[in-house]
Design a protein around this ligand. Structure first.
Ligand code: PLP
Length: 393
């Protein structure tokens, strides 16, 4: 009577959600201020002022029936136009509005794109560590996940990627700035990947697509985030406003298919078809219009930068070893014992909630989300110090 795979997904909550729920229970038990919850990637800075201004303006000025009614399935035409104009101006690629599809955030951008691309037997390469939902999204679209480990510094291991590309490879899924490592791939790395794929396409007589999952594009602290479409023609950008505009609960993002992608128009038709099949009637109408007026903006990056610096200074001075976080709002810290889950369990004794790296597809690290208040970080430092001492660091 019930689909067993869906039931399993529903009953096995994600590790991150599990820790978050545990944190809520602990907050009830020992008080909110005494629990240091670094589990969730929920933005902790307010949306840029333009977001609220636009909401108020739209609600005040636009007739309610038009404002809240259905838009075209792919999005309101003026919104798609604004997104295409922005991409052209910001990144110098010949984007057109007829290849922009508004979505309910990156999760929808990814599921729609994967369903649009996937045929039986297709393989999708992901770089480990990776956002755990990738596996759910790819497998549900009917694809096979091929994990390629990043190199020792969590950058692209081009030789390993080259070995993983086969005649069955449909796409490579990239995420930069990266969740969970905070790494931002350099122009050199990405250009080398593009060259590798061009070579493989010729050799295998096929087109490998690059899917660029970009919910953290604007969240960097100095590093350049090259635009993949400008480096490789067969690119689909899966964008989200969840993190940049602190609108994670409002569910708004877009898919942009590069005009230079092979069969771009057919792929866009498949995107529309996948959106339809998955039941996305259209993206939220009010927030399509809000986002169109706030393209390229972000919340207070200085707050995230200050959090990152405070944590980095403290944790490294306590003897922990961390991967330099160039973007997003995550710090990837080496577990002092090989079993990261055991380490995260021990950290709970000090009310420190960290996410073991196993669910991201690598062992031996924890992810610390620094999208929390400065006070939470400051108050957590004695707990981290005590934890380091327990390990003799
Ligand atoms: N991709 C990555 C790498 C993420 O970290 C997240 C959310 O944390 C998503 C996709 C999903 O984002 P959204 O909330 O926009 O669906």
């Amino acid at each position: 009577m019930i689909n067993a795979a869906m039931r399993k997904l529903g009953e096995e909550r994600s590790v991150i959600r599990e820790i978050f729920e545990y944190g809520n229970a602990r907050k009830q038990a020992v008080g909110e201020k005494n629990v240091f919850d670094f589990s969730l990637g929920n933005p902790s800075v307010p949306a840029p002022a333009d977001v609220n201004r636009e909401i108020v303006r739209l609600v005040g000025e636009m007739p309610s029936v038009a404002l809240h009614g259905y838009t075209s399935a792919a999005g309101a035409p003026d919104v798609r136009e604004a997104v295409a104009d922005y991409i052209r101006a910001a990144f110098g690629v010949p984007m057109t509005s007829d290849l922009v599809y508004m979505t309910c955030g990156a999760a929808a951008s990814l599921t729609v794109t994967l369903n649009a691309l996937c045929e039986e037997g297709d393989e999708f390469i992901v770089i480990a560590p990776y956002f755990p939902e990738y596996r759910v999204f790819i497998e549900r679209a009917g694809g096979k996940v091929v994990e390629v480990p990043a190199d020792g510094a969590f950058r692209l291991d081009l030789a390993a990627i080259e070995r993983a590309v086969t005649p069955r490879t449909k796409a490579i899924l990239l995420n930069s700035p990266n969740n969970p490592t905070g790494v931002v791939y350099s122009r050199g790395e990405l250009a080398a990947l593009a060259a590798l794929l061009e070579r493989k396409n010729k050799e295998l007589q096929k087109t490998v697509v690059l899917i660029s999952d970009e919910p953290y594009r604007e969240l960097t602290y100095g590093a350049e985030v090259p635009y993949l479409m400008a480096l490789y023609p067969h690119t689909v950008v899966c964008y989200s406003f969840s993190k940049s505009l602190s609108l994670a609960g409002e569910r708004i993002g877009y898919i942009a298919v590069s005009p230079q992608c092979a069969d771009a128009r057919a792929l866009f038709a498949a995107v529309c078809g996948a959106g339809r099949a998955l039941g996305f009637v259209c993206a939220p109408a009010l927030f399509q219009r809000v986002a169109a007026k706030c393209l390229g903006q972000s919340g207070d990056l200085e707050a995230y930068r200050a959090n990152r610096d405070l944590l980095w200074e403290a944790l490294t001075s306590f003897g922990f070893s961390c991967i330099p976080s160039e973007g997003a709002f995550y710090l990837f810290m080496k577990s002092p014992e090989p079993d990261a889950a055991a380490f995260a369990e021990r950290a709970k004794k000090y009310e420190l909630l960290l996410v073991p790296s196993d669910s991201f597809g690598v062992k031996g690290y924890v992810r610390i989300s620094y999208c929390v208040s400065r006070e939470t970080i400051q108050n957590s430092l004695p707990a981290f110090a005590a934890l380091a001492k327990e390990y003799g660091l």
